[in-house]
Design a protein around this ligand. Structure first.
Ligand code: ZN
Length: 182
């Protein structure tokens, strides 16, 4: 129970396209997974990680953009305002960088790891990262936002990832082309 070997799933892995389930009863199990997810996020120099990225289908995520660690369970965006567009990378789509239009400010309601309700007002980069991670809980990836020309240019890379994920090969974390890894 204390040692769970988490592995980052890459593009092509079915768990990335599954919609995460609500966590009904928060247990020690969820707290262990969340802390392992945070460790893995830091080890991969990421600033966010969602449960589907490590093969779990429950609605949980971790985020740390350098201002402290958030561990959120059952997060929901209840308000969106403004626009911003930031180049995003994804630990599950290594080597790909896509500019995604998102809200500049979001209000999120969630539960913390002890089940207490949280309301979070996120702006700018934090808002971007939260929206990226909440997308993961819906089975949505940055490639879904790519314009057609970009989709064509990254097609080969994505096909290679699909093949690698079928063979359960580890992804190459040294092929990062984007500052922001989520
Ligand atoms: Zn991601």
């Amino acid at each position: 129970m204390e040692e769970i070997a988490l592995r980052i799933r890459v593009y092509g892995d079915a768990s990335l396209r599954r919609k995460a389930r609500l966590v009904r009863k928060i247990t020690k199990y969820h707290r262990v997974i969340l802390s392992q997810m945070a460790q893995l996020m830091y080890a991969e120099s990421g600033v966010g990680l969602a449960a589907p990225q490590v093969g779990f289908d429950e609605a949980m995520l971790v985020v740390d953009i350098g201002s402290g660690l958030y561990k959120l369970i059952n997060p929901v965006i209840v308000r969106k305002q403004g626009r911003q567009s930031i180049e995003e990378g994804c630990l599950s789509v290594p080597g790909v960088c896509i500019k995604v239009k998102r809200a500049k400010n979001v209000i999120i309601q969630a539960q913390d790891e002890d089940g207490r309700p949280i309301s979070l007002n996120a702006e700018d980069l934090l808002a971007c990262v939260m929206q990226h991670e909440i997308d993961h809980l819906q089975g949505k990836l940055i490639v879904d936002y790519a314009p057609l020309f970009k989709k064509i240019s990254i097609r080969k890379k994505l096909e290679a990832m699909k093949q690698a994920s079928k063979n359960e090969k580890m992804h190459q974390s040294n092929t990062k082309s984007c500052e922001l890894q989520l």
